[in-house]
Design a protein around this ligand. Sequence first.
Ligand code: COA
Length: 260
Amino acid sequence: MNYENILVAQENGVATVTINRPSKLNALNKATIQELHEAFKALHEDAETKVIIITGSGEKAFVAGADIAEFADFSVERGAELARNGQEILFSFIENLSTPVIAAVNGFALGGGLELAMASHFRVASDNAKMGLPEVSLGVIPGYGGTQRLPQLVGKGRAMEMVMTAGMISAEDALSYGLVNHVTSQEELLPLANKIAGKIMRNSSVAIGHAIKCINDNYIDGVNGYQTEITQFGVCFGTEDFKEGTTAFLEKRKADFPGK
Ligand code: COA
């Protein structure tokens, strides 16, 4: 499929999606959000793709936010619709994918950019990365899940401070906050993300999908994640991956998971 604002490359089970609007610091306009949805959906449906890495093109930015030029004149209704649509088609969509998504944060991750990284299953960053939710400096608040996912990741007090000050934190601070899992040089960022993807791919993709659901359910009000875990644990026993994984262990060989 041809996209205007993103690039998609696939190699050895890992798909790399690159947001490619470097002259606008990869800001997320409506078209880019739609293309990302289509790309993630297609990659999720592609049995060959085991892990998705999302990053930004150029050396300066992952994503510098939602495209401010696009919403500056919106009404109350259109503002709410912007947030609702974005959350549905991209941010919650990514969070709930059973295919693992790693954000490789290679520079500014601001506003919708940090929200995109936070909707991904986990994050790695280059040492030049700068992260923040600057929305209140524009008279608005984060609308793509930032007020919910930031406190989940860094705790309420740090989230409050980051949102209220609209400031940016360094990669090093993001690491100490638990917002990113690893920090490395810009050259080493994609190799590191690919290395982690390689470790993930050795395991059962079916089991990983169930585990993602259980972990996500921990953060949904009114849903008992322990009950989800019991159900999903049971479901695993009916999969070919479970048969292969346990048989391979007992036969003292490496598992070759069929992904079913
Ligand atoms: N939406 C639309 N365009 C954006 C953008 C955004 N979120 N972020 C950057 N751009 C555009 C700039 O308008 C500029 O375009 P131009 O060359 O046509 O004027 C281009 O990207 C380069 O940005 P510039 O501001 O010149 O780069 P800089 O290095 O001086 O500053 C930032 C970098 C990230 C500090 C600055 O671009 C910025 O503050 N961006 C907005 C961040 C933000 O508030 N995001 C939350 C949105 S809700």
